[in-house]
Design a protein around this ligand. Structure first.
Ligand code: ATP
Length: 298
């Protein structure tokens, strides 16, 4: 039996390796069978510090051939203006964001940045002009400095600190045990949800994007933290073209233009005022959310 122990253990390892390889192979086939592989374009979109002129023309898209999730979505955002995308869960808001980041190409229709079809742009230039503040910012198991600098590896120390100040996280960082060298993330110091979003905002300040996308950036925060983060986002948004995806309408009511999505289509659009006057879906959503607000205690 003892003589068999070694070979049996070896067979065990071999079996585990083989099983893992099959899983990897499986994932590879899944990736290969995804119906769209993104081909890099050749045009370099410069980061000239100006807001992007954004046009979406008649976007149709489905993750699988059998189910369309966008049915002819069109919108325009002028340089430096803000667009909010609202609508019920599953209506296609995040899918539009994924197309803007060119994680997928539309089945038909096109997106244009400064009148250039996204498919003609290099991925590198696309990444350098767009920044995303997501709902839940991923922190790496690294120093807080590197976590901020992640959006622009070539940034100088002063630039990283400047971005942290703009995002109003500098004071919290200098209070951490090792200042900017404090390890955060999985095995490091746990930081609050609001601070995490400030890291995302600092990353975006450092990148100085031409298009800023906030995808439910404050929806996981409590109200006072949300208000503070919204203030920082407002500063970050100044002079840039912005897309805000949000459930809470009070956070996007000041946007220049609002798209209301339902089941993959734009069902209403206009300013907050226009949409309230229209007394349609947006205005019902607004009334519902207002009525759910906690009563003010006098
Ligand atoms: P939420 O407010 O819940 O984030 P949403 O409006 O952003 O919703 P999307 O995430 O764009 O909606 O989803 C639109 C539709 O596409 C939904 O029916 C969803 O189930 C489907 N969908 C989203 N991602 C995928 C995916 N990776 N593969 C297949 N279907 C997907």
């Amino acid at each position: 039996i003892l003589q068999l122990a070694g070979p049996l253990q070896f067979l065990g390892f071999l079996y585990r390796d083989l099983r893992q390889s099959l899983v990897d192979l499986d994932s590879l086939f899944t990736i290969l069978s995804m119906k769209r592989l993104i081909r890099d374009g050749e045009v370099n979109l410069p980061n000239n510090g100006k807001g992007i002129d954004l046009k979406a023309c008649n976007l149709h898209f489905g993750y699988t051939a059998s189910r369309r999730v966008l049915h002819g979505v069109s919108f325009n955002v002028q340089p430096g203006e803000s667009l909010a995308i609202v609508g019920p869960s599953g209506s296609g808001k995040s899918t539009i964001v994924k197309l803007l980041l060119r994680l997928y190409d539309p089945d038909s229709g096109s997106l244009f940045f400064d009148l250039q079809d996204l498919r003609t742009l290099t991925q590198a230039s696309l990444r350098s002009v767009v920044a995303v503040v997501p709902q839940d910012t991923a922190l790496f198991n690294d120093t807080i400095f590197n976590n901020i600098a992640y959006s622009r590896a070539s940034a100088r120390t002063e630039e990283v600190i400047q971005a942290a100040k703009q995002a109003r996280i500098h004071d919290a960082v200098v209070r951490m045990p090792d200042g900017y060298n404090t390890m955060v993330g999985e095995r490091g110091l746990k930081i609050s949800g609001g601070e995490k979003q400030r890291v995302a905002i600092a990353r975006a300040f450092l990148k100085a994007p031409r298009l800023l996308i906030c995808d439910e950036a404050t929806s996981a925060l409590d109200s006072p933290t949300e208000a503070a983060i919204l203030n920082s986002l407002k500063e970050l948004a100044t002079g840039r073209t912005c897309i805000f995806v949000a459930h809470r309408l009070s956070t996007i009511m000041h946007c220049d233009h609002i798209l209301v999505m339902a089941a993959g289509e734009v069902v209403e659009e206009g300013t907050h005022r226009d949409l309230l006057d229209r007394k349609g879906i947006y205005s019902s959503m607004w009334e519902l959310q207002e009525s759910e607000k906690p009563e003010t205690v006098l």
